[in-house]
Design a protein around this ligand. Structure first.
Ligand code: ADP
Ligand code: MG
Length: 309
């Protein structure tokens, strides 16, 4: 099997979106943009040994590669359209490729995003997805509009992926549910769309709450005060925190892919409706302040956020 057989067998799927007029098989892909919309694009790479371990199932690698990119589109308040896949493989392993391809196809079908092209090379296992989306012109949710007095909110529960990673690193056995939170994150696309006309700033939580919220604060030239006791935490993680008095997992653990956003005062009712409509819990964890920096009330213990370099 050569490179072109591989692309045909595993990564050439029927295009479902009528605005995509040229998919896999030419020098580049084409899709039509409606007037009044902006193109939104984002890329994320997953490297074996860095973002997932050698024992991670192919189906989970596929799921996460796509989900983390969809999560960035969600954080922009945009609608996901289509994506390219650049895959580097150490060898051609047909059963691995089938599992990866089936999982990617299943999830992309669920979110109605077409695979429109990519690149296939040989080397250490690395997956790069570039996602394309659209948003009404000037409506994208950026990081730079948080204002003093806005509430700081997060979706879902925080720290579950980090807790799973901590367990694996300490030779403990996480439950299937915990592994799911680490390997199969849920991109909050519906929530991002619903927040578009409500939130002043938004980010998805990939590197940890403290670090990612700090990106909003820096970009907006504001600060914030949050309280650890207000962070929504799942029961198992709360037990762990009560036992250790260590809040570093929800504050610094990455990979949750929940949304963190700021909402101007007076929007509580609208936000409640959004939460019900999207069937996602939304929790206020603090407030944006004029004085710069992030102040975390209730914990001053050790923590370290992940950085690649
Ligand atoms: P080129 O040499 O013009 O860059 P390639 O030989 O790399 O083209 O790819 C041939 C076609 O297959 C292109 O349309 C490209 O987008 C697509 N393609 C390559 N690898 C993948 C992949 N992993 N998934 C989806 N499409 C792919
Ligand atoms: Mg190429």
């Amino acid at each position: 099997m050569n490179e072109f057989d591989l692309i045909r067998e595993y990564f050439t799927w029927p295009i479902k979106d009528p605005s995509v007029t040229l998919g896999v098989g030419d020098d580049a892909a084409l899709f039509n943009l409606e007037q009044g919309y902006q193109l939104v694009t984002t890329t994320d790479t997953l490297v074996e040994g860095v973002h997932f371990s050698a024992s991670t199932p192919a189906k989970d690698i596929a799921h996460k590669s796509l989900a983390v990119n969809l999560s960035d589109i969600a954080a922009m308040g945009a609608k996901a359209k289509c994506f390219t896949l650049a895959i580097t493989l150490p060898k051609i392993d047909k059963s691995w490729l089938k599992e990866f391809s089936d999982s990617l196809r299943q999830l992309s079908g669920h979110y109605e995003v077409d695979l429109i092209g990519g690149d296939t090379t040989r080397g250490s296992l690395t997956i790069t997805i570039t996602m394309f989306g659209i948003v009404e012109s000037s409506k994208a949710l950026t990081r730079s509009n948080a204002r003093p007095g806005d509430g700081v909110y997060v979706s879902g529960t925080i720290g579950d992926a980090g807790f799973c990673f901590w367990k694996l690193s300490n030779d403990l056995v996480p439950s299937n549910q915990e592994i799911k939170r680490l390997n199969r994150p849920t991109p909050r696309l519906e929530l991002g769309l619903a927040l578009k006309n409500l939130a002043s700033a938004c980010i998805d939580l990939s590197d940890g709450l403290e670090q990612d919220l700090s990106h909003i604060l820096k970009a907006s030239s504001v600060g914030a005060i949050i309280e650890v006791e207000k962070i929504p935490i799942s029961e198992v993680l709360l037990d762990h925190i009560k036992g250790t008095n260590d809040w570093s997992i929800p504050l610094c653990g990455g990979d949750d892919y929940e949304l963190c956003f700021t909402i101007p005062e007076g929007n509580e009712e609208a936000l409640k409706k959004v939460s019900e409509f999207c069937n996602v819990n939304i929790t206020r964890i603090g407030v944006v302040s004029e004085s710069l920096g992030l102040q975390v009330k209730g914990y001053d213990g050790l923590r370290k956020s992940y950085q690649h370099f």
